[in-house]
Design a protein around this ligand. Structure first.
Ligand code: PMT
Length: 402
């Protein structure tokens, strides 16, 4: 998968920089075109000569070449790259990347990069587990960067713990898998619903729920990154997709969401229903603010909203895949299976509000995927970006069976 790919390899000043020579060699062997960028400190650990010899290209380290005045454009490099890899990534470079401190060629290129970025941290174990490092790594993850987790083992300090840069072979494998996945949904049209719906009571009040849209937006971004054409039908949220190709259709109520879903669904190969749709709406909407002092309100009469997933399920054509979510507080598996059958879904993603770090508003989720044949896969608690990857891996498997 790496043949012909343009890889910008950023090398920072840590002892693991010696491994970058093998990394360059493996990337070149796999057919990639590698441009090395070194931070000034990286040159203390490995010479530019070694890396330029292996990559077949002059190494870039400064913004311009001092004796000729030749300018190195970080913008051009950022556009040239199919992927950027920072390996090893020291705590300092991770902090700069997380906070936009563009004081060297590597970080400026990172900030200009349109391509996916992979970061392979390498540092001593105490630096690795320091709250600032952990926060910076999770910031990078929240920007959509891929973290290649460091391994445990003996470190340069001779202490033993987590902080060894992942082996070059595994970094190449991670890139290879990424490019394979990148193409896995090419040609597919995917509909994703996300966020809450708001059901109006009057011009200032509504019935809604706590959905932030994070789960649905992560799925939409991930699907777009894998080459799918994505339409994201979203209730009111304050986030935006990180992938510019995602087409967002904003709605407010369940009825509006249904109408947009019915418009998009016939052309879609896959629909993933992540939205937390309000099951009920007020029977009447006051066009003026209901005043406590005058009009008053004792109770709100409610009417059932349409079930969007079930409506799409009833219209499902051969070859279409319909994925639902189940947000439960008890009797989780049985409730999820009941929804799976009733809504004619091909799989259902169960998350429970009983699990800390799962469900509404969190950056993480813990899911189980249930299938119509009663099989089930349970996943660990992980960032919603990674949960999205797991869900789309499962969807890709379903597409293969089709
Ligand atoms: O947005 P976040 O803060 O990241 O939170 C993510 C989430 C918790 C909202 C998400 O992971 C999730 O669980 N979404 C589904 C929430 C829900 O409404 O679940 P449900 O069990 O009530 O509904 C089952 C399925 O039917 C869902 O796919 C839902 O989108 C769909 N549905 C429900 C009611 C309705 N009237 N129409 C529907 O289409």
């Amino acid at each position: 998968m790496l043949k012909g790919k343009h890889i910008v390899l950023g090398i920072t000043g840590g002892i693991a920089a010696y491994k970058s020579a093998s990394l360059v060699r493996l990337l070149v062997k796999a057919g990639a075109d590698v441009q090395v960028i070194m931070t000034p400190n990286a040159k203390e650990f490995i010479t530019p000569l070694t890396l330029s010899t292996l990559s077949g290209k002059p190494v870039i380290s400064e913004f311009f070449t001092a004796n000729t005045g030749e300018w190195h454009s970080h913008v051009d490099l950022g556009l040239w790259a199919d992927a950027m890899v920072v390996a090893p990534a020291t705590a300092s470079t991770i902090a700069k990347m997380a906070n936009g401190v563009a004081d060297n060629m590597l970080v400026t290129t990172y900030l200009s990069a349109k391509a996916p970025v992979f970061v392979a941290p390498a540092m001593d174990l105490d630096m690795m587990r320091h709250p600032s490092t952990l926060r910076n790594i999770s910031l990078l993850q929240s920007y959509g960067n891929h973290i290649i987790e460091p391994a445990e083992g003996e470190l340069a300090s001779h202490l033993v713990g987590k902080g060894r840069m992942e082996e070059p072979e595994n970094i190449v494998k991670a890139l290879d898998t990424f490019f394979e996945k990148e193409l896995s949904l090419k040609g597919k049209k995917i509909l994703v619903t996300a966020g809450p719906t708001y059901e109006k009571i009057d011009p200032v009040r509504f019935i809604g729920n706590y959905s932030s849209g994070k789960m649905g937006y992560a799925i939409a971004d991930c699907a777009a990154a894998r080459g799918a054409e994505v339409v994201l039908i979203s209730g009111p949220v304050s986030i935006i997709p990180t992938q510019p190709s995602v087409r967002v259709v904003k709605v407010e109520s369940a009825k509006e969401m249904l109408a947009e879903c019915e418009r998009a669904y016939p052309d879609c190969n896959i629909a993933i229903m992540t939205a937390a749709v309000a099951d009920y709406a007020p029977t009447e909407v006051s066009d003026k603010k209901i005043k406590r002092e005058t009009t008053g309100i004792d109770s709100i009469a409610l009417i059932k909203n349409p079930d969007i997933a079930a409506t799409l399920g009833s219209k499902k054509k051969d070859g279409q895949i319909l994925v639902g979510f189940a947000l439960e507080t008890d009797n989780e598996i049985n409730n999820a299976l009941e929804k799976l059958g009733r809504k004619n879904l091909d799989m259902i993603v169960l998350n429970s509000l009983r699990v800390a770090g799962a469900g509404f508003r969190t950056d993480t989720n813990k899911i189980s995927i249930c299938y119509p044949d009663n099989t089930r896969t349970d996943y660990d608690l992980k960032p919603k970006t990674e949960v999205a990857e797991d869900i789309l891996d499962a969807v890709t498997e379903l597409c293969k069976k089709d």
